[in-house]
Design a protein around this ligand. Sequence first.
Ligand SMILES: [Zn+2]
Ligand SMILES: [Zn+2]
Length: 169
Amino acid sequence: MKININDITAAPKQLSYGEEVGELNERLGRGVRDFQVATMRVDVEYYRAGLDLFFQGAVHGDVVGNCARCLEEYPFRVDGRFTRVLTPRVAAATGGGQLSADVRELSTYAGEDVDLTPLVYDEAILALPTRALCAEGCRGLCTRCGANLNEGACGCAQPAAATPHLRAK
Ligand SMILES: [Zn+2]
Ligand SMILES: [Zn+2]
């Protein structure tokens, strides 16, 4: 979602919209975390103070996770809040900092409009859990027969390793 910088005034404005998730899912697909975002809504308030542009709001995503233990897909919702201040890129560049290209991209603006999409993607990724688990207590799959143990015990005998034994050396 792009906002023309001439529309960003000292008087705060509100915007609610549905963000495209295609590129976000491509990014997520390249990572190790197994999530796909179905839909994302963004509520944002924006205004300017001098040359600085302020954005604050929330991202709400409907996400499908792929459980790392039982491999089942499970839907959940993420909500993240964000506040960003963007400074003009030229001023930031002369600031002398050794900012990486990514950081500069996310903290400065240049040109006619501000693209909210990278900021919103960033927040959505930060809001995701570190591991995809359908539930904290997910029992996973039986290592012998592959049955989903959340659906009940399988017929396999309890593996010996599950019972701690003290063994003399
Ligand atoms: Zn699971
Ligand atoms: Zn089993």
